[in-house]
Design a protein around this ligand. Structure first.
Ligand SMILES: Cc1ncc(COP(=O)(O)O)c(C=O)c1O
Length: 383
């Protein structure tokens, strides 16, 4: 059976050139970047080359970049690292949004349990935080502000630059989770008021299990992991040399092809919506998230009267991979915290499906999937 993969927000296939970079590093034989001998130096050179790619593309100094084991680790390192360092200066407040990934939200909740004062900003029905709310929440006591760039369930973009500017006036550390936005949005960190930025390799056609944390020079910070002095003592543990080489290659390609990828995924998304309109009529489905301020590769749709689980099961039987929310929630019946925070009706929340597009997808696949989705929707509604 032909299969269609529309779950790129969960994870992506590795780019052939990233696989080549991974294989080249793995086949080079053993080499610990901390070893002083030639093998070690060779491994260290690979890590340095990877770091230089990010330094150039993000317009930062290589010394400000820390490789980690995942986006989740980068988020946790950013939040715990900055919060505890700021507490030493008497700052105790954490500000985040209700639509963050659980890697941020649950880290913030742990900080709250550890005595920090947590403010979770609400969002409007499009999933966007208001500047007024952010301004009211951020003050002298604020240690860390964490606002994602683009949402993993709806694609909605937050005003992270404006919030970062405001955070700066209060010397609060500004963290941005850019896991979904990177590769679609430009991050010139020399210009943006961002102190900490999270990236993850497997969302941009790199390998799973590699992340990056940008930590602006001078940002209050303490490590999450203690051990060796890798990554300038900011993240102990032997570096994932092959993974880093592949991540850097994937990033290089994603950035070089950013505009083309935006147009490609946007055209797939449009084709999908057009087909749903002709097959179901505009009353038969509802697109969730902001219509314009959004990432091009994520489409969140509710099908009134059809549960997400039934739709996903039927799509899976038809060979189509989509998702009911963030990957860590799929498989569980818990309603999406993102859509709930947007105050959507329970019917919309319980019938939402996320389709996310990427390399290799075509408009024909979108057309076919939308038709299949419409057929399933009509069948399930009538039964
Ligand atoms: C916005 C966002 N942040 C963080 C993560 C976690 O990244 P990783 O899977 O590399 O731990 C994800 C993954 O779904 C994500 O979408």
């Amino acid at each position: 059976m032909e299969s269609i993969y529309f779950d790129h927000a969960a994870t992506t296939a590795m780019h052939p050139e990233a696989i080549r970079a991974y294989a080249e590093a793995a086949e080079a034989g053993p080499g610990n970047p901390s070893s002083l001998h030639a093998r070690g130096r060779e491994a260290r050179e690979r890590v340095t080359a990877g770091r230089d790619v990010f330094a150039e593309r993000l317009n930062v100094s290589a010394s400000e970049l820390v490789f980690t084991g995942s986006g989740t680790e980068s988020d946790n390192t950013a939040l715990f690292g900055a919060a505890y360092a700021q507490r030493k200066k008497g700052k105790n407040g954490i500000v985040t949004t209700a639509v963050e990934h659980h890697a941020v939200l649950n880290a913030c909740r742990k900080l709250e349990a550890d005595g920090f004062e947590l403010t979770v900003l609400p969002v409007d029905s499009d999933g966007i935080v208001s500047m007024e709310d952010a301004k009211a929440a951020i003050g002298e006591n604020t240690a860390v502000v964490s606002v994602m760039a683009g949402n993993n369930e709806t694609g909605t973009l937050q005003p992270y630059a404006d919030i970062g500017q405001w955070a700066r006036t209060y010397k609060a550390v500004m963290h941005v989770d850019a896991v979904q936005a990177f590769g679609y949005v430009d991050f010139d960190l020399n210009q943006l008021p961002i102190d900490l930025l999270t990236l993850s390799a497997h969302k941009i056609n790199g390998p799973q299990g590699v992340g990056l944390l940008y930590a602006r020079k001078g940002t209050p910070f303490q490590p999450l992991l203690y051990g060796g002095s890798q990554e300038r003592s900011r993240r102990a543990g032997t570096e994932n040399v092959a993974g880093i080489a592949a991540f850097a290659k994937a990033a290089e390609i994603a950035i070089a092809e950013r505009q083309a990828r935006r147009e490609h995924t946007e055209s797939i998304r449009e084709a999908f919506i057009r087909r749903l309109e002709t097959s179901l009529g505009s009353d038969g489905f509802a697109v969730n998230g902001h219509p314009v301020r959004r990432l091009p590769h994520i489409l969140n749709v509710s099908f009134p009267g059809v549960s997400s689980e039934s739709m996903l099961m039927n799509l899976d039987l038809a060979g189509i991979a989509a998702s009911g929310g963030s990957a860590c929630n799929s498989g569980s019946l818990k309603p999406s915290h993102v859509l709930s925070a947007m105050n959507l009706s329970s019917e919309k929340v319980s019938s939402a499906v996320r389709f996310s597009f990427g390399l290799g997808n075509t408009r024909e696949e979108a057309d076919k999937t939308a038709k299949m989705t419409a057929t399933i929707s009509a069948r399930l509604r009538n039964s």
